[in-house]
Design a protein around this ligand. Structure first.
Ligand code: NAG
Ligand code: NAG
Length: 355
C-alpha cells in the first residue's frame, strides 16, 4: 500500500488548502463545522487563519494556537500563534491550548497526542515512527485510551475509510488502528490482540504486518519507507559507465583534434608550396630579364650559356637551393621531410626553364 500512503499524504496536503472563506469578524455557523469527506480534515466556514468560535457566538476569530511548524494560510508579515507547551495540545480548530485529556475522555480523530500518557508510557510508546500511538496513548473512536492490551486480550479497533487516488483512480484505503501493545495488532473479526506478522507472511491489512506494509499480493512486504539498497554490481556498472563515458569523450576529442591538426598541416604545406613556387617564378623572371638585358648589351656575341653561367653565381641568388633557402623560413624546415618530392619537381622545373 505504498502508493496509497503517499497519495494520502498528497491529498492531505492538497486539502490543506480547504478551509472556509469567511474573514475574521464574520458571522459563521458552528453547525457547519465538520470533517471533510475522504480526508477527515477539520473544516469550518472561516478561512485558514481563523476558526468559527462557539464561545464568541459564531464569529470567525483568529486562531490562538498551531500544531504545524509552518502553519498553512499565513502570509509573510502575519504573526501566527504559538505551539502549545508540553502537557497541552492544540485542537484541530486551533482555538486554545488545552491540558491533555484523561483516559476515557472524548478526543479528535487521530489525535493521540490529545490523550494523557500512561504511567508506563515509555514501555507502551511506539518509537518506530509507524504512528501506532503517541507516548503510548491512542484516540480510538473518539475516546482516549492507552495502547496497553497484551497478546490474546480483548481490544478496541477503529477503521477509517480514507479516499485515496491511484493510477487506476479513486479507491478506499481503510486505516485500522487498535489499542494493542506495540508488536501486536487488534484483529478485526475476533477483536483480540494478535502477534504482528513478519515480512513474507500472508496478510489482509497493513496493520497485521510488522512493516505496516501489506502488499497487493497479500504478503507482508518491507516497510514502505525503507531505503532501496543496490547491489555492488550496480555501483561497479555505474563506475564503468562513467569511466567509459569519460574516456570516450577524451578519445573522441583526441581524434577530432588530430584530424583538424592534419588538415591544418596540409594547408600550411600547400601554402608553403605556393609561396615557394611564386618565389622561384620571380627568380626565373629576374634571371630571364637579366639574361635578356645582357644579351642585348653583348648583342649576341657569345653563346648564351657562357654568359649565363659566368654572371649568375650562386652567391648572387638570395634564395637559391642550398644555404639561403634553409634560413628563409621555419616552415620549410618543418615540412622539410614532406617536401622532398616537391623540391625535386621544383628543381626539375627550374632546369626545364633553364634549358
Ligand atoms: C512523550 O513523553 C515525553 C516524556 O514525558 C515527552 O518529552 C515527549 O514530548 C512526549 N511526546 C509527545 C509527542 O507528546
Ligand atoms: C490499560 O489501559 C486502559 C485505558 O485504555 C486502562 O483503563 C487500564 O487500566 C490499563 N491497564 C493496565 C494493565 O495498565
Amino acid at each position: 500500500m505504498r502508493v496509497a500512503a503517499s497519495t494520502l499524504a498528497l491529498i492531505a496536503l492538497l486539502h490543506g488548502a480547504s478551509a472556509g472563506t469567511l474573514p475574521r469578524g464574520a458571522a459563521c455557523s458552528v453547525g457547519n463545522s465538520r470533517l471533510q469527506v475522504g480526508t477527515y480534515q477539520y473544516w469550518d466556514e472561516c478561512n485558514s487563519v481563523s476558526f468559527c468560535s462557539i464561545a464568541d457566538a459564531g464569529i470567525c476569530v483568529a486562531k490562538r494556537c498551531r500544531r504545524d511548524e509552518f502553519p498553512f494560510g499565513y502570509t509573510p508579515g502575519m504573526t501566527f500563534p504559538d505551539k502549545c507547551p508540553q502537557g497541552q495540545f492544540c485542537p484541530d480548530e486551533g482555538s486554545d491550548c488545552q491540558p491533555v485529556l484523561l483516559v476515557g475522555s472524548p478526543c479528535q480523530l487521530n489525535r493521540d497526542d490529545q490523550c494523557e500518557p500512561a504511567p508506563n508510557a515509555a514501555e507502551l510508546a511506539d518509537t518506530s515512527g509507524r504512528g501506532l500511538n503517541v507516548n503510548g496513548s491512542v484516540c480510538l473512536n473518539n475516546v482516549c485510551m492507552w495502547a496497553n492490551e497484551t497478546l490474546g486480550s480483548d481490544c478496541v479497533v477503529e477503521n477509517t475509510p480514507y479516499i485515496a487516488y491511484g493510477i487506476e483512480g479513486e479507491f478506499i484505503n481503510i486505516v485500522s488502528r487498535g489499542n494493542c501493545r506495540v508488536g501486536s495488532y487488534c484483529d478485526g473479526p475476533t477483536r483480540k490482540c494478535l502477534t504482528n506478522k513478519e515480512v513474507g507472511d500472508v496478510c489482509d491489512a497493513d496493520k497485521e504486518c510488522d512493516s505496516m506494509n501489506c502488499l497487493t499480493e497479500g504478503v507482508c512486504g518491507d516497510p514502505a519507507a525503507s531505503p532501496r539498497e543496490f547491489g555492488t554490481w550496480v555501483y561497479v556498472l555505474v563506475a564503468i559507465g562513467i569511466i567509459a563515458a569519460m574516456s570516450g569523450t577524451v578519445t573522441g576529442l583526441y581524434i577530432t583534434h588530430r584530424k583538424q591538426r592534419d588538415e591544418d598541416r596540409e594547408k600550411r604545406l600547400q601554402y608553403w608550396r605556393e609561396q615557394n613556387a611564386f618565389h622561384q617564378n620571380l627568380l626565373h623572371m629576374r634571371e630571364a630579364a637579366r639574361a635578356s638585358i645582357l644579351s642585348l648589351n653583348q648583342n649576341g656575341d657569345s653563346p648564351r650559356s657562357t654568359i649565363y653561367y659566368g654572371r649568375d653565381t650562386p652567391a648572387e641568388e638570395p634564395l637559391s637551393h642550398s644555404s639561403s633557402a634553409h634560413k628563409s623560413s621555419g616552415l620549410r624546415n618543418h615540412v622539410g621531410d614532406d617536401g622532398s618530392d616537391f623540391e625535386d619537381s621544383v628543381s626539375q622545373r627550374k632546369n626545364n626553364n633553364r634549358f
